[in-house]
Design a protein around this ligand. Structure first.
Ligand SMILES: *[C@@H]1O[C@H](CO)[C@@H](O)[C@H](O)[C@H]1NC(C)=O
Ligand SMILES: *[C@@H]1O[C@H](CO)[C@@H](O)[C@H](O)[C@H]1NC(C)=O
Length: 406
């Protein structure tokens, strides 16, 4: 979802570029620096997901047992926080070898990059066992966005408000601003929902989904017209998309980087269950989504989708998948979308954006390489930051073929 703000200082831009690397909501905040770093061909893509360097204990060969029933640590692990080692070390199965696991041990997973950030990891894993966790959402999110995803589990209770109230009941909850007490505000510039609602008007500068918390604003009308979009429009409507399939056969789906989950709410009104992935970039997006009564999922765009192959009826993503994502990562990501869609499933790529010839030279071929069938493909100019930037939008409906989709 967009926010029509001009680029600011270079350092600020780089900061946001970093944040965006795993964000839920890409916006128009892209500097010239940024464009030069976005690769224009698959073969020249410079950034690749790097596999584990082997520092994490999950790749440590099994060691002799200690009486603690966990696998002995290696010298390399000595620098890592004790709770991190306690979580990730191999744990011996009490009943011995398990044929499902093909092992007699479990190595609980964390992002392979966690140990690359020992200082943040040490802070994140420093807490009183059985006690209260530190109020450290921002630290946790930065660690996650850098590649420590999934984060390690912790043995402490997360920060919460002292006094909480029950949520509003459905269906009222879907379009009502939740109580402020449902959020721990420490990590955000705003300290209450009214501030988030007002920030589009009152606050300068960039924020992801800056106007999204105002449920009486633009959120009201998104995707919801019952008419088909006029030819050439980049804004498809939900009903138009659902009408591609027999009534009731689009039942479950995923919205990648879905802001405040208005897409999921609109789908729920049509009896479709949609899970919304989101980060909490300077706003309590996950709390807000949950308060509305739909399902938030706190995973970044870097992580393998936690769904099985061939299961989803629909995957939607607006303003997130774009040229800010390293091309190799995007290629893996679009294949992952294909993987979780069932044959006959629909990928609604909503307002993908890039510059000039990138669509023809990079992203068109990339999408074609995955195996989707084009159902609808609309390209338009993106003019909100000026014509000279030669920005383009693509909205597309892509189908995973019912037959021979393997
Ligand atoms: C935390 O609780 C577990 C389970 O009761 C106990 O074994 C452990 O000793 C406790 N640890 C601390 C530091 O209190
Ligand atoms: C959704 O399901 C309910 C209960 O089965 C039904 O009454 C309602 O008509 C359905 N709504 C739509 C839009 O299909």
């Amino acid at each position: 979802m967009e926010s029509p703000h001009k680029p600011k200082a270079l350092s600020t831009n780089l900061f946001f570029l970093f944040l965006l690397l795993s964000t839920n909501l890409i916006t128009l905040f892209l500097s010239a620096t940024f464009y030069s770093s976005s690769s224009c061909s698959l073969s020249s893509a410079a950034i690749t997901l790097i596999p584990s360097s082997g520092r994490d204990s999950s790749s440590t060969p099994p060691q002799p047992l200690r009486t603690t029933q966990s696998i002995a640590s290696t010298d390399e692990e000595e620098d890592l926080p004790a709770e991190f080692i306690a979580f990730t070390s191999g744990q011996v199965l009490p009943f011995g070898f398990n044929t499902n696991f093909d092992s007699d041990k479990i190595y609980p997973p964390v992002g392979s990059s966690c140990s690359r950030f020992p200082e943040e990891l040490r802070r994140f894993m420093s807490y009183e066992v059985n006690g209260s966790c530190p109020d450290d959402e921002l630290l946790a999110q930065k660690l996650l966005l850098k590649g420590c995803e999934p984060l390690p589990r912790r043995r402490c209770r997360p920060a919460t408000q002292n006094h909480c109230v029950e949520p509003y009941p459905l269906p009222e909850s879907q379009w009502k601003t939740p109580p402020d007490s449902s959020v721990v505000w420490t990590a955000y510039t705003c300290k209450n929902y009214q501030c988030l609602i007002d920030r589009y008007i009152k606050q300068k500068g960039f924020d992801d989904c800056k106007d999204c918390f105002d449920l009486n604003g633009r959120e009201r009308s998104r995707w919801s017209s019952s008419k088909t979009a006029p030819a050439g429009s980049l804004d498809f409507t939900i009903d138009e998309v659902l009408s591609l399939r027999a009534p009731g056969t689009v039942r479950i789906g995923l919205d990648i980087g879905g802001g405040v989950a208005t897409f999921a709410v609109r789908m729920k009104e049509r009896n479709v269950t949609v899970v919304t992935t989101s980060m909490n970039l300077n706003g309590p997006f996950n709390n807000f989504i949950a308060s509305r009564g739909v399902i938030p999922m706190y995973v970044s765009i870097s992580q393998r989708l936690p769904f099985f192959d061939n299961t989803m009826d629909i995957v939607h993503s607006m303003h997130v998948l774009s040229n800010w994502i390293p091309t190799t990562l995007l290629h893996f990501l679009v294949f992952d979308v294909y993987r979780v869609l069932r044959p006959g499933g629909i990928f609604w790529l909503d307002h993908f954006f890039c510059v000039g010839d990138e669509l023809r030279d990079v992203y068109g071929p990339l999408i074609r390489s995955v195996g989707f069938r084009k159902v609808k493909w609309v390209v338009g100019r993106k003019l909100d930051r000026g014509e000279e930037l030669r920005e383009m939008y693509l909205s597309a409906l892509l189908e995973k073929p019912l037959d021979n989709s393997w």
